[in-house]
Design a protein. Structure first.
Length: 162
């Protein structure tokens, strides 16, 4: 197994937890209320946390690693990319799952074309940050764990508030 494939497995490991969280929320009597609940004023809701994962992966799959590829969901990038402020228009679980699935597929297509021999390369879009392709794999794995953890905590706070 190549190092690329091994690192992709770590992304898959984290995704199972994210999808499990959505499975749990889907079983709630009002899943949309859970997705839109905020732990405090101005804080991100679960819907933002999870779709932010997907949009970030789409941005890496296209703009940052393969700018020649067609990007998807660009109309919602400003709402969910890093640095955005969560609004009150919370996507449904079905919409979130669709973007998570599609963006992951695009990301894996891009990562598999890069390969192990390019780990030390710094993509043009990441020069300012000095991030190599290897760093991208690490950032993506950390990013999902980070936001899935925030979403999971928010879900636990939601349940405790009831």
């Amino acid at each position: 197994m190549s190092t690329t494939e091994l690192l992709i497995k770590s992304l898959e490991f984290a995704r199972v937890r994210t999808l499990g969280l959505l499975d749990s929320i889907e079983k709630e009597s009002d899943p949309q209320a859970v997705l839109s609940w905020r732990p405090g004023s101005g804080r991100a809701h679960i819907g933002w946390q999870v779709i932010h994962l997907a949009i970030t992966e789409e941005i890496f799959a296209t703009e940052r690693l393969a700018p020649q590829k067609q990007a998807h969901w660009e109309e919602i990038w400003p709402r969910f990319r890093g640095g955005s402020t969560p609004d009150d228009d919370v996507p449904s679980i079905a919409a979130i799952r669709g973007v998570l699935s599609g963006a992951r597929e695009h990301l894996l297509d891009t990562l598999r074309t890069i390969g192990d021999d390019r780990f030390d390369e710094i993509p043009a879009a990441l020069r300012e940050r000095k991030l190599t392709v290897r760093d991208v794999f690490f950032v993506l794995a950390w990013h999902e764990a980070h936001h899935q953890g925030q979403a999971h905590l928010t879900y636990n706070l939601y349940k405790a508030s009831r």
